[in-house]
Each structure stands twice: as C-alpha cells, then as structure tokens.
Design a protein around this ligand. Structure first.
Ligand code: AHG
Ligand code: MN
Ligand code: MN
Length: 287
C-alpha cells in the first residue's frame, strides 16, 4: 500500500480512538429511541444518531478522506477527496437498554462508495465492553489496542485466530433458518469442544471468536434471503479483520470480500466468520 494511503488509514484509526471515549461518555443519556428510522427501516436510538454525527464530523474532517457513509444516513456524504469510509456508528445498539456490549465498526476503501471488498485498505472496530478495546487491520496484520483517554495502547501485536475453535454464536430466529443451515448448527452444537456465546452485538460475538476461535453466523432466512447485516458497514470490515487474522468469511458460498453489491450502499448479506475448517464445513452444508 502506498505510504500516503497508509498514513490516511492510520489517521482514521487515530480519529476513531479519539472519538471512542466521547461516544462512550455520550451513551448514558441516550439509551432511548430517537423517534426516527434508519435506511434499513430500524428504529434509531438517540445514541446511534449521536455517534453517527460525531464520527461524520471527525472522520469527514480528515485530510485525505473523500466520502463518509453510515448505516444511520441515507446517502453517501462527499467530504473532500481521497479514501472512502463506512461506519456502523453503534453496532448492537439494542444492547444499550440492557447494558450489554456494543461497538463501532469502520471500513476504509480506496474507491468511491459503494465499494467492493477488494478495495478495502483497512478496517477496525472499537468494543465498548468492561474496557474499550480496538482491533485495527491494515497491511496484512491485525493489532489489538486498549483505548485509554482517546489514545491506542497496543496490547496484542499480530492477532491470530486460535487454531482450535471453542465458541459459536448464530443469530436470528431458529424457525426462520433454512433447513441446511439448521442442520449445520445442530452439528456444531453436538461438538463437545464448542460452547454457545451469543450477545446480540455482532462485534462482541466476533471479538469472542477472534479471541477463542470458533464461528459467528448471522445467516440467510427463509423470509430474508439476504440476511440482516449490511455488507458495507458490517460484512466487509469484519470479514477483512477476520481474514487478516488468519480466519475465513463467507456469505454461504464465497468469501464475503468477493461479494459484489454496488447498486445499494445499504445492501445486506448473510455473514459467517470464523475458523477456516468451520467455514468450509458450513459452505459444504449449504451447497
Ligand atoms: P445494529 O445495532 O448496528 O443495527 O446491529 C445489530 C445487529 C448485529 O450487531 C447483531 O449481530 C444483530 O443485529 C443482533 O440481532 P438480534 O437482535 O436479532 O440478535
Ligand atoms: Mn450493526
Ligand atoms: Mn448500528
């Protein structure tokens, strides 16, 4: 990657880290519905809107960032010239009310939006758990940081997905799963080395898979064949992080990074992320 691109990617990561404590500090007073809907037809929390506005200002203000798009706004914002940034300002914001884990997901692309997965040049997420951690993937490597006062402190250099999987989490309503996915899920459940971990925030569940090894799926449904999660804001960035850490991603038949949906910035995609061996088995089961 060109030095200049790399510098902008790092500037985006730094700006996200800087915004993280401000987002966190803004949450206690915003655990209520905003009264509006996002482009996916979901009721927005006040915190979703707040985090989106903050990140639009901060990331859109970086020299070398040209476009900003988010799950919480209809259109792509032209903010200058340079790289494109996609954001899920708060992933798992329905966890705000019961006070469970949530996060912020960011993708960075070197082409105008909607971009394709092969144009990702960096991706990152902040996890608002008991501590605020941040995963940053760029240039073929993933690092984990603790965010302290808006600054990243490295805690794990070169994060690699553990070889022996031990956790799984499958989203959605079981009666709406396709029978072939359900058969795969039942097989995973029977494996004595696997334990269920599902928290209702993709980013928390993905972080558990990255930490312990395993699989996270938010699959296709009989009444929603494209699934629930959005390709640009959730699918691509998490697939990039997982694959960079040595894991695999799939929409059921191919790497999520190879999925092309450039007609709709809010397009959805079935998401499966985890150890290669499990993703291979999943793809064989869905074939
Ligand atoms: P968001 O809050 O950004 O809309 O994302 C929520 C997503 C994802 O984080 C999670 O895996 C899934 O929705 C949870 O869905 P369920 O409530 O159906 O479990
Ligand atoms: Mn989300
Ligand atoms: Mn969200």
């Amino acid at each position: 990657m060109a030095d200049e691109t790399n510098e902008i990617v790092e500037a985006v990561f730094e700006a996200v880290a800087e915004a993280a404590p401000e987002i966190r500090a803004g949450l206690p007073s915003r655990r209520l519905k905003s009264g509006s809907e996002n482009p996916s037809g979901e009721t927005q929390m006040a915190a979703d809107v707040f985090a989106d506005d903050l990140l639009q200002t901060r990331l859109g203000g970086i020299d070398g960032v040209g476009e900003y798009a988010s799950e919480e706004r209809e259109d792509v914002d032209d903010v200058g010239s340079g790289l494109s940034v996609t954001v899920d300002p708060l992933d798992g914001s329905s966890n705000l009310k019961p006070n469970n884990t949530m996060g912020t997901i960011v993708g960075i692309y070197d082409e105008p939006l909607p971009a394709t997965g092969d144009h990702l040049v960096g991706a990152s997420y902040v996890l608002f758990g008991p501590v605020s951690t941040m995963m940053c993937a760029a240039e073929g490597v993933v690092h984990e940081y603790i965010v302290d006062n808006g600054v990243r402190n490295l805690v794990t250099e070169d994060v690699r997905l553990p070889d022996d999987p031990s956790v799984y989490g499958f989203g959605g309503r079981v009666p709406e799963w396709f029978p072939d996915f359900e058969a795969f899920a039942r097989e995973v459940e029977q494996d004595a080395s696997m334990k269920l971990r599902y928290g209702g925030a993709m980013i928390g569940d993905v972080n558990q898979v990255l930490t312990y090894g395993g699989i996270f799926s938010y699959p296709a449904f009989t009444n929603a064949p494209e699934g629930k999660l959005r390709l640009q804001y959730e699918g691509y960035p998490c697939a990039y992080i997982m694959e960079t850490a040595g894991g695999a991603s799939s929409d059921g038949s191919q790497s999520i990074l190879d999925v092309v949906k450039t007609d709709d910035i809010h397009a959805r995609v079935p998401v499966h992320l985890g150890n290669r061996e499990l993703i291979d088995r999943l793809e064989a089961a869905l074939d």
